[in-house]
Design a protein around this ligand. Structure first.
Ligand code: ACO
Length: 367
């Protein structure tokens, strides 16, 4: 008989798995990915290298760098062919709906295999970039399998080969957000994998979980907020009005971090690096001003619940600085987090068991 006396609404503090993939220290503001400090990894690893690390840690065989890059290139081309045959999937208005639908057209099994994972991961970027193209009235565009994943994504999106500074910044973004322990979408992927369902079913479910505004849907609204505030002097009154009318400030607060999310600092550093390379000035100084007002006002309203900037706050500023339209922010998150989802799916298949929590019945009993 299950003891239903104690409920953890939202599963706070409930440990349901051991993992070697990542560790979040919410008190110290530290993120470790496969044994590496996230900042060190972000500035020294391409997204493909990060995926290789994640997947080997999850339990896949290792791949050579050249073989992995080749599979990413093949995967992008395969995804493009799928879109050409099924262009209707890109007609959906919400980019995450299109990503979910396009992904669900891919065939898959339950294999733990880096080549399969590269194929699934590569496809997300092609689906996202081409969704954006279609919604801007442009033709579908074919990937260039010879480019790096980040450079090819930016080329698909903007019709020109990007600067190295821009593609490096995208590698930093995707590596930084590639994994984050048992967040809602990763947990969702593990639940589906725990039923021995196939890899794509787990990825499609995870995309659905990431779409929500309390998880991966926040950076678009963050950019809208920065645009609405316009200049630092307006920040305080805008934020007070927003909170007083019962709204949440997007990009602030986190279930695990009680201090500032370490990924915010990584993105800030990446933005400064971009600006130093000659890129036009970003919205960084406005963002810093808005963050400090938001932090101050939220501390007044919730003195016992630290609410600091989370990853989404500076995601908006970084992606905007590399010319990614805000309608793609959540898809960009999915295109990077898919690396972590697949590592967790592998780990779940190898070491987990069916995830099946209990509930407490509060309905009527039969007479
Ligand atoms: N703005 C205003 N108030 C907030 C915010 C916020 N951003 N975040 C939490 N609060 C308030 C809540 O209204 C609640 O107040 P109450 O106790 O008076 O009802 C209190 O703080 C606690 O809120 P919870 O939702 O219980 O806190 P939790 O730790 O579960 O929330 C979450 C974490 C969902 C991220 C929340 O802080 C939030 O909604 N933030 C805005 C959305 C966002 O930025 N999402 C991206 C998260 S990062 C990621 O998933 C990749």
């Amino acid at each position: 008989m299950v003891d239903t006396a104690v409920i953890s609404n939202g599963l706070d503090g409930i440990v349901v798995a051991e993992t070697r993939i990542s560790e979040v220290d919410g008190a110290k503001g530290k993120l470790i990915i496969c044994g590496h400090d996230s900042e060190e990894l972000a500035f020294n690893s391409t997204f493909e290298q990060t995926c290789a690390l994640l997947w080997t840690t999850g339990g896949s065989e290792p791949a050579s760098e050249a073989a992995l890059e080749e599979k990413f290139g093949e995967g992008r081309l395969e995804a493009y062919e799928l879109l050409k045959k099924n262009p209707f999937v890109l007609r959906q208005n919400h980019p995450m709906d299109a990503l979910r639908s396009a992904s669900s057209l891919m065939s898959s099994g339950t294999q733990i295999d880096w080549a399969e994972y590269a194929r699934i991961t590569a496809a997300q970027a092609v689906f996202a970039a081409n969704w954006s193209r279609v919604h801007r009235g442009l033709e579908l565009k074919s990937p260039d399998a010879g480019l790096s994943h980040s450079a090819d994504f930016l080329r698909l999106l903007n019709d020109k080969t990007p600067s190295k500074a821009d593609s490096d910044a995208l590698d930093i973004y995707w590596t930084t957000i590639s994994d984050h322990a048992l967040n809602a979408s990763t947990f969702t992927a593990r639940v589906v994998a725990s039923t021995e369902s196939d890899n794509i079913s787990a990825i499609v479910a995870a995309i659905g979980a990431l779409k929500g505004p309390l998880h991966g849907g926040a950076p678009g609204p963050v950019l809208e907020m920065l645009n609405a505030i316009g200049k630092p002097e307006n920040a305080e009154s805008w934020i007070r009005n927003s909170i007083d009318s019962g709204k949440r400030i997007m990009g602030m607060g986190h279930r695990i971090y009680k201090v500032r999310d370490p990924r915010a600092a990584i993105f800030e550093k990446a933005i400064r690096q971009l600006e130093a390379s000659g890129a036009p000035a970003s919205r960084l100084s406005l963002a810093r001003a808005v963050e400090s007002q938001a932090e101050k006002i939220l501390a007044e309203k919730h003195p016992d619940h630290p609410l600091k900037a989370n990853v989404e706050f500076y995601t908006a500023v970084l992606l905007d600085a590399i010319h990614i339209p805000d309608h793609l922010f959540s898809s960009m998150f999915a295109a990077g987090r898919v690396g972590g989802w697949l590592a967790h799916i592998a780990e779940q298949r190898l070491h987990g068991r069916l995830i099946r929590p209990a509930s407490r019945y509060t309905g009527p009993m039969p007479r």
